[in-house]
Write a protein that binds this ligand. Sequence first.
Ligand SMILES: Cc1ncc(COP(=O)(O)O)c(C=O)c1O
Length: 269
Amino acid sequence: MTGVTGAFTETASIDGRIGPTAEATIGLKDDGLYRGDGAFEVIRLYAGRPFAIEDHIARLERSAAALRLEFDRMALRTEIEALLAEAGPIEGQMRLIVTRGGRRIAATEPIPHHEETIALASVTYQPTVVLNGVKSLSYGANMLATRLAKEAGAEEALLVRPDGIVLEPPTSSIFWVAGGNLRTTALAEGVLASITRDRLLRAVPGIEEGAWTLEDLKGASEAFLASTTRELQSVASIDGTPLAEAPGPRTREAQAAFAAARDAELEAG
Ligand SMILES: Cc1ncc(COP(=O)(O)O)c(C=O)c1O
């Protein structure tokens, strides 16, 4: 939920060369930089143990396959192991990046700080379709959406399709309680197959997946965001309209269910 910023030296591996991130460099001529052509993942580290790493690597492989981007999977796995050994038992996260220029990057980072609740502003967003479900380096539109939401006086964006269907915030999934039911947008509408979302769907019975409008969400009694870095974060308001409860009882239940599932999974190794 609330990020704990670990005091550790951020460390990066580039094609197996490990050192402080502050000193890490890649060549300028890489279409990962020139055109945002590449794929990435962010994996949570709990006391140095990566959570759901197989799911993250599988999603990275799906993203790369969608981009027609080859990378050496075995080499990346070896490099991840070496980086984790170097990093030790940190509370943090690990970013993986594969670029069109052929670089394999793994880097440790502190977890960004997140408050208990967050204010959202809707931003109209048309999914690219060919990049739907792809965690690509082309996140400029997502980052801009957050800035537009901040200009509108909120803290984070809520991406809404031109036809009014709620998608997701730029780097998380959204769940809300309407008509007594816990809801989230279906993957088929063009949202990322979030791993936190997947764990919640398994841990909390009866969550509805579908296509709902911003009006439906604005009528919610409570809502929360879900992601690797946020875990579950309660939504305080949408477009300036406060939600009735933040965090509400269903949010607290979901937080407890997620924490139990996460701990059991980490325990099982
Ligand atoms: C667009 C988008 N949706 C949802 C998420 C949450 O995914 P996960 O739970 O796998 O971190 C992310 C993560 O960064 C994202 O970029």
